[in-house]
Design a protein around this ligand. Structure first.
Ligand code: K7E
Ligand code: CUA
Length: 659
């Protein structure tokens, strides 16, 4: 056993060495640019708008950020899977259900991948989808309000990394599991870890997206117990197929660093999802018990609700043939990316010294001719050479991800050699390489994963920053670098720091959404159960030990602004309605000692802060968002009396104050 492991270690020592070398490996040129030229290309004059929206994953901050390109300016931080005190997301009574799961309230996650909705393979930018890696979930963000409007938990998944990836017309958002795990009932899943090979399975979930964006799990495929890393849908001629990169096809459950790097080739798993759909229509699915949360924001009340779902439909591709085929791919592939035409599938083997490019046409021929080189766990393995278009030789070290410019070129990130490499899809020749600073992960070209890339810019999202910015203690800002890719050679234009750790990002032309933005919510359409539609309707109502404050906010006062008769032991709910009907006039609300975040209430909306006073006294509250010249006057007082006090409930609103 020991000897075997020593041999294993030797076998991969070169690769591991290369990987550990990465942080010390410095590209040769300093990466400085001719200031005048580059500056003019990224300069967006004051008052002018950027050409592209870039929706950037925040990694372990669980958020997305919205960045303008080419300026690199951060426009918004958008909470998705993490509570966000800045606007009360995950703290208000309305938003808490959005973060509910089958495990209870989960206020954090790790968001890696963005998928922007498409029609006919082109961005329509109705929604942005994001994945939660840790407690598997998919979120949908509405790009007219820049709000998280839906979160769907994924059952039978563990480490939802290969997710979310989207089909050409947003028919499905697809999520596959990073960790294979047992997928039975809780009792069935209590098995020894060393029974991995018998008991652990992968799942791929096809999530139907309705016309209005609503998500539901249409079916899950149960697959061999491997790790899924990334995926892409086919498009154009490969529409109807989906491609998933796999690693740990060794099915190791310990020391994966060594044990999952044994085979020369892992696989890209090709899935014929049109076929799977047919089987579902023909009633071949099997309903199994599963517990997962489905959370939605109601448009009219602006409240989230969480529903626990009880079952999911599964297909067993082992019984139902011709859904799954494995294509050998060297070695531990990370990204698998499909070119704009849908013909070429690029596998980026982290530990491979070349980049294989597969041809969809050849793959179909090989499948038709049963040109297989064996089976993996009962599924056909397509002969490598038969599906291969060719390989990019000596591209660099540690290929991770590939994007496309729509002019026949591909751009692959090289984590270990810290560079972006441009190559021709047709000839497979390397055309250019530029250093990144440092250790690049994902790349993003506006429209890059679609049928119609706008091949003007490329953003490299880097893992390590080192000396690029003013230092800020042990943790440095993560970094993005913007390149001009309109010419033959890539030109570095700009460094900009990012929010959180960026993984994937997608960018699209600003004109797709900038005139569709929600500016206010109409107060007459507000159906919140505790709405207060005018200052005259403001009131305070006691219901046992619960006190409901129906409060309004408008420049520059709260109604009511004096409240008495609240007692220690009460639960006070401030339901604050923002009566403004003007764009960009939110009001905030905070009260001393509240064990929660502020409210930030958009025009026409109602938000609720729950507060449990812990002692008698006078408690000021105030508006937190500078809303007018009299913002600092936008304040009030709440009196708290002892639990046994007889102070009557009383509130006043401005002109009725002297009663
Ligand atoms: Cu960062 Cu897409 Cu999680 Cu590669 S993954 S870098
Ligand atoms: Cu309202 Cu400041």
């Amino acid at each position: 056993m020991k000897i075997k492991q020593a041999i294993n270690l030797t076998a991969i020592s070169a690769a591991v060495l290369a990987l550990s070398f990465s942080t010390g490996c410095r590209p040769e040129t300093a990466g400085s640019v001719s200031v005048g030229d580059a500056a003019s290309k990224v300069y967006v004059a004051p008052g002018q708008h950027d050409e592209f929206y870039n929706i950037v994953s925040g990694g372990f901050n669980g958020q997305m950020s919205v960045v303008g390109l080419p300026s690199g300016r951060v426009l918004k931080i958008l909470p998705v899977f993490s509570a966000h005190p800045e606007n009360g997301y995950g703290y208000t009574e309305e938003s808490k259900p959005m973060l509910n799961t089958a495990h209870g309230f989960v206020p954090w996650d790790d968001l890696h991948h963005i998928a922007i909705s498409t029609t006919n393979g082109e961005h329509d930018a109705r929604w942005a989808f994001g994945n939660a890696n840790n407690t598997p979930r998919i979120a949908r963000v509405d790009l007219t309000s820049f709000e998280t409007v839906e979160i769907l938990e994924i059952p039978n998944s563990a480490g939802n990394h290969s997710s979310p990836f989207i089909t050409e017309n947003t028919e499905y958002v697809v999520a596959s599991t990073r960790f294979s795990v047992p997928v039975g009932t809780d009792e069935e899943n209590d098995v020894p870890i060393e029974t991995y090979k018998e008991n652990f399975k992968g799942t791929v979930s096809f999530i139907k997206v309705g016309d209005k964006g609503d998500m539901s799990i249409a079916f899950q495929l149960v697959t061999p117990g491997v790790n899924f890393d990334l995926a892409r849908a086919g498009k154009g001629k490969s529409h109807g197929w989906f491609f998933f990169s796999t690693y740990n096809t060794e099915q190791a459950h310990t020391l994966l660093e060594v044990n999952a790097s044994q085979r020369d080739k892992d696989f890209i798993m090709a899935v014929n999802w049109k076929k799977a759909e047919e089987y579902i229509k023909a009633g071949k699915g099997k309903t199994v018990k599963a517990k997962y949360a489905h959370n939605k924001l109601d448009h009219d009340t602006h409240m989230a609700t969480s529903t626990i779902m009880e079952e999911v439909l599964q297909l067993d591709p082992k019984e139902l043939k011709d859904i799954i085929y494995f294509i050998p791919c060297p070695k531990s592939p990370h990204g698998t990316d499909v070119d704009p035409s849908g013909e070429y599938i690029v596998g980026s083997g982290k530990l491979a010294a070349l980049i294989p490019v597969f041809s969809f046409t050849k793959l179909m021929e090989a499948i038709d001719n049963q040109d297989f080189e064996g089976e993996y766990d009962g599924f056909p393995i397509v002969r490598y050479e038969s599906a291969l278009h060719g390989v990019v030789e000596k591209p660099g070290l540690g290929p991770l991800h590939t994007e496309f410019d729509g002019r026949g070129n591909a751009y692959t990130s090289m984590f270990v050699s810290s560079e972006v490499v441009k190559w021709s899809i047709e000839t497979l020749e390397v055309l250019d390489r530029q250093p990144t600073f440092y250790s690049v992960g994902h790349l993003s070209i506006p429209g890059g994963p679609t049928a119609k890339p706008h091949g003007k810019y490329l953003v490299a999202y880097n893992k390590i920053t080192k000396d690029r910015y003013l230092p800020t203690g042990p943790e440095l800002a993560h970094s993005a670098q913007l390149f001009d890719i309109s010419g033959d050679k890539m030109q570095l234009l700009l460094d900009f720091p990012t929010i959180g750790e960026p993984h994937y990002a997608e960018a699209f032309p600003a004109h797709l959404i900038k005139d569709k933005q929600v500016k206010i919510y109409k107060i007459e359409d507000n159906k919140h159960p505790y709405v207060t539609k005018g200052p005259g309707e403001a009131k305070v109502v006691r219901d046992g030990n619960k006190v409901h404050v129906y409060m309004t906010s408008i420049r520059s006062h709260f109604g009511p602004d004096n409240i008495e008769g609240v007692k220690v032991g009460d639960e006070v709910y401030f339901h604050v309605t923002n009566l403004e009907q003007d764009w960009d006039i939110p009001h905030g609300f905070a009260i001393k000692g509240a064990n929660t975040a502020e409210l930030l209430i958009m025009p026409g909306a109602t938000q609720t802060l729950k507060w449990t006073p812990d002692r008698p006294g006078i408690f000021p509250f105030y508006c937190t968002d500078f809303c007018s010249a009299l913002h600092q006057e936008m304040q009030g007082y709440l009196r708290v009396s002892p639990a046994n006090s007889t102070v009557a409930l009383k509130y006043s609103v401005g002109d009725t104050e002297e009663d």
